[in-house]
Design a binder for this molecule. Structure first.
Ligand code: FE
Length: 253
């Protein structure tokens, strides 16, 4: 299944939500952005998704001409297939600067030469065709070096693990009210997000962007200003990560 999130004037955003067929592994969404024949994959995943994604992407662009693989962070469900994409296409890898010496461990020696674009902590505007994709800071949510990707044409925020929800129902149906999402997001964010402090900074930053649709890497999306505003109000007051840790969590058993 592919979900067309946006399609206007040669600019397309596609989500691929069902490429992970292994029931023991977490469902994940992969994304393709196309502008004027140029293309970027966001968080293509690992071996579990490579073949399906390769086939799916070839329906939209000539695979050899893929411009970028954008990696929000360093995890296996994000970018473990990078060796395959570097072999099959002429793409460059865009990744957080603090992980640019770790991600090459997914590849063979020399494979990354001349094909790595490191994004410094403050973020970057990545040119694609006649437009850009904004890499915006999302450090410590959950990874120490982490970016979300914002598409100014579609006004879609690809929010990585922020908003992630598992086993929450029909992947093609966005949440329209936060109450529908709370049972599926609370435990995850309490454990995977690092602290309330960074969540507040992130929410303040997101409010400066014109976001119509927030699409996480796992589960259903959040569509419309109302539910996105509710999500920001919820996350900025959530105690999570180190806020919830006590000495009881650090005992030898
Ligand atoms: Fe991760």
């Amino acid at each position: 299944m592919s979900i067309e999130l946006y399609n206007n004037n040669g600019h397309v955003n596609i989500s691929f939500p069902d490429l992970v067929k292994d029931v023991a592994s977490v469902q994940s969404n992969q994304f393709l952005i196309v502008n004027d024949g140029h293309a970027a994959l966001i968080d293509p995943g690992g071996e579990l998704t490579y073949n399906g994604l390769y086939m799916a992407v070839s329906n939209y662009v000539k695979i050899k001409d893929l411009d970028y693989v954008l990696a929000s962070h360093q995890d296996p469900d994000i970018v473990a297939s990078i060796n395959r994409w570097l072999s099959a296409t002429n793409c460059k890898l865009v990744c957080p600067e603090i992980w640019d010496r770790f991600i090459p461990h997914f590849t063979r020696p020399g494979k990354m030469d001349g094909r790595l674009i490191s994004v410094p902590d403050q973020g970057a505007n990545i040119p694609i065709g006649k437009s850009i994709i904004k890499a915006i800071p999302a450090h410590f949510m959950h990874s120490e070096g982490n970016f979300h990707f914002y598409d100014p044409l579609s006004k879609i925020l690809f929010s990585g693990d922020m908003g992630a929800n598992i086993n929450s129902g029909d992947l093609d149906t966005p949440f329209s009210d936060i109450s529908e999402a709370l049972p599926f997001i609370t435990g995850f964010h309490e454990r995977y997000m690092n602290s309330n402090r960074v969540c507040r900074y992130w929410a303040n930053m997101i409010r400066t962007l014109d976001v119509e649709w927030m699409v996480p890497q796992h589960g259903r999306s959040f569509k419309g200003k109302k539910v996105i505003g509710q999500f920001l109000s919820w996350i900025e007051q959530l105690e999570c990560g180190t806020d919830l840790m006590t000495q009881k969590d650090y005992r030898v058993i």
